[in-house]
Design a protein around this ligand. Structure first.
Ligand code: ZN
Length: 102
């Protein structure tokens, strides 16, 4: 079986949820079942990605999600050193903006 193309869901634009115009509540997108992405077959039809396929397509979904966040202007900035638990109790683990301790 040839691998299917994965595309961003046209209904929710990759968010996985939609706003209900009437209630104002957010609901899982019907089109992609909350995944944010769908398969597109050779006829151009979109199909939900079955839950059982998630582990197989996880890397592709992650790549698409990073791409989407970049488009939104998210730069993927790394955590500040003092916010990394591994650096706790080291010099780098001190928040330079925290008030001086006595
Ligand atoms: Zn959707």
């Amino acid at each position: 079986m040839k691998p299917k193309t994965i595309v961003r869901c046209v209904s929710c634009d990759g968010y996985g949820w939609v706003d209900d115009d009437f209630s104002g509540a957010s609901e899982d997108c019907d089109w992609c079942a909350g995944v944010g992405y769908v398969y597109r077959d050779e006829k151009g039809q979109d199909l939900r990605i079955p839950r059982g396929d998630f582990s197989r397509v996880a890397a592709e979904l992650e790549r698409l999600e990073i791409e989407r966040l970049r488009e939104l202007g998210y730069s993927g900035e790394a955590k500040k050193p003092w916010k990394q638990s591994i650096r706790k109790d080291t010099n780098l683990g001190r928040d330079p903006y925290a008030p001086e301790e006595d």
